[in-house]
Structures are given as structure tokens and as C-alpha cells.
Design a protein around this ligand. Structure first.
Ligand SMILES: [Zn+2]
Length: 314
């Protein structure tokens, strides 16, 4: 009989969950608001309702599930199943796995992990990262998340606190970051950074076609060909993005850099110029092994598929 797992992607706004079979196929999907402002207990109860809803609607019981994985936006101790620190949720030392196990009356294993790391696991086992063993994964969303697999092993660092790729400084004394440092990669390569570049350009040039628009991460790409300010904003964004990516390429020398998150939807508009930067700046380009850049393929499903994929060998 096929084995079934549940994967949960706990986000700041929504909780996504799915029942996944051992081939990585989604058998059922559900999404509910996380309601993080109402506190950890409420969020946990929402996860429980989602899990119960998934099994019920699939005509199963919790006993049919062979493992439950949860991706959390923060630092996680995988050994104890405790969320050590999650800024956006305002959680500290929260024993999520233990509470879920008790409340769900679940007698199999619960594994929690960092959300970006688990999304990377999803891509690695069932998505665009499938045929590689050295990968760097970067999500370009409101913030910048990251994960690294080196020689088939996920690099989590001591106590799961490593691989915070968004918080390496690329501009000394630069823009202030939520983490307390100045000039973090996240402040220059997130969707929010791109929006701020566009807003700054419009301020300098009120004749810009973007003036008066509600600017999102898509807007400057949309106007790239016909508006000088949009072009400047995007070019600046890609310059900083390339700076960070080439640093990671030099440190880890992955076979592939996978891009996820909202901005990654721009596809070739990102890949083409990034490849050009790689060619000019990557250490020993053309002599040492090449570094490919690709867009992730599981998109918004990577998080919960990866959470379940922790249990799946392939
Ligand atoms: Zn930072």
C-alpha cells in the first residue's frame, strides 16, 4: 500500500497543507489563515484543524498518516521539535512538535524544520533540483530566505541557526535590516527592495509612467522596456541580486542556484542578466565547473511538499 504523509507550510499569513504520497504527489490540499496575531495557541489549533480537515475530506484517519512535517519561518531545533525563534510569529522556545503530537493524538513522528530549508528539500527531491547534489536555494519574497545542500546534505549549522543567506552584508554600512545589521542581502534583493528602488526612481523623475501607480514587485519589470525609471530600478535590483548570488556561488560552488518566491516569476528576465554577471564575475568562470541558475518548479507548493518529503527517501 502507498504510504501517505502530511506536509504543512506555516506562513505569516496562511497555513498551507497537503497529503503527499511517497512519489511526492499531492493527494489533497488545504489552506487556512494562520491568524498569527492571536498567538501561538490559536495558530497551533489552526494547524490541527487543517490536519483533521485534510484526513477527513480524504476519507482517512490520522492513523493512515505515516509522518507529519511542518515548515516554520524561523530557527528550529529539529532534534527537540522546538521553534527556537520565529520573528514574524513572535514565537520563542515553543515546543510545536510535542503540542501537535499530544493534541492530534498522533503516534508517528513529527518533524519540524525551517521553511526555506524544507522548500529546498521539496525542490531537491521532487522539483527543479532533482538531478543535482549541490544546490543553493534563494527565495525572493517580502524577505529573502535561503537554503544550501552540499554533496546531498542539507547545511543547517549549529542548532539549526545557520544558512541565513539573507543576512550576509553586501553593502557595508548600507540599509538597515530588521536583524539589526546594516546592508544585508535581504535589504537589497527582496521584493520590498525592488519596490523601494522603483519608488526612489519615481521620486527623482515624476514623469515616470509608474508615477501614481501602486507599485508592486511586478511593476518595474512590466514597464522595463518603456520607462527609463523602471529600467533603472530593475537594473539596480539585478546588480545587487547578482552580487549576493555570486558570493554564494563562490562560497558553495553549487551545480545550481534555484530561485523561488514572488520575484522569481519573472523567469528569463532575471536569469539572462544574472548569467551575464556570472560570466564576468564568478571565480574561475569557464575553468572550474559552471553554476546554473534556474527558477524553482514547485512554486508555492514547495514548502509543504518539502515538509512531507523529510520522510521520503528517493
Ligand atoms: Zn539582516
Amino acid at each position: 500500500m502507498e504510504k501517505l504523509y502530511i506536509g504543512i507550510d506555516l506562513g505569516g499569513t496562511y497555513i498551507k497543507g497537503g497529503i503527499i504520497d511517497d512519489k511526492g504527489k499531492i493527494k489533497a490540499f488545504k489552506e487556512v489563515p494562520s491568524e498569527r496575531q492571536s498567538g501561538a495557541e490559536k495558530v497551533t489549533n489552526n494547524i490541527i484543524d487543517l490536519v483533521n480537515g485534510l484526513v477527513l475530506e480524504s476519507g482517512l484517519t490520522i492513523k493512515d498518516i505515516c509522518g507529519l512535517g511542518v515548515g516554520v519561518p524561523g530557527i528550529v531545533n529539529q532534534e527537540t521539535g522546538t521553534v527556537i525563534f520565529a520573528t514574524n510569529l513572535k514565537w520563542e522556545n515553543y515546543p510545536l512538535a510535542r503540542i501537535l503530537k499530544e493534541k492530534l493524538n498522533f503516534d508517528k513522528e513529527i518533524k519540524i524544520g525551517n521553511d526555506a530549508n524544507l522548500a529546498l528539500i521539496g525542490e531537491y527531491k521532487f522539483g527543479a533540483g532533482k538531478n543535482y547534489k549541490d544546490l543553493v536555494f534563494i527565495t525572493l519574497g517580502t524577505g529573502v530566505g535561503g537554503g544550501v545542500i552540499s554533496d546531498g546534505k542539507l547545511i543547517t549549522g549549529n542548532g539549526g541557526a545557520g544558512a541565513e543567506l539573507g543576512h550576509s552584508v553586501i553593502v557595508a554600512g548600507g540599509r538597515k535590516c530588521n536583524c539589526g545589521r546594516k546592508g544585508c542581502f535581504e535589504r537589497y534583493a527582496s521584493a520590498n527592495a525592488l519596490i523601494s528602488y522603483a519608488v526612489e526612481e519615481v521620486r527623482k523623475n515624476p514623469a515616470s509612467l509608474m508615477n501614481g501607480l501602486r507599485i508592486t514587485g511586478k511593476t518595474p519589470f512590466e514597464y522595463y522596456e518603456k520607462d527609463e525609471s523602471a529600467k533603472k530600478a530593475v537594473d539596480k535590483y539585478i546588480y545587487y541580486l547578482a552580487l549576493g548570488l555570486i558570493n554564494y556561488a563562490n562560497i558553495f560552488r553549487p551545480q545550481i542556484i534555484l530561485l523561488g518566491g514572488g520575484i522569481s516569476k519573472e523567469g528569463e528576465k532575471l536569469i539572462k542578466p544574472l548569467e551575464e554577471f556570472m560570466k564576468n564575475e564568478l571565480f574561475a568562470y569557464g575553468k572550474a565547473p559552471d553554476v546554473e541558475i534556474k527558477i524553482s518548479s514547485l512554486k508555492n507548493d514547495a514548502g509543504f511538499i518539502g515538509a512531507a518529503a523529510q520522510f521520503i527517501e528517493n
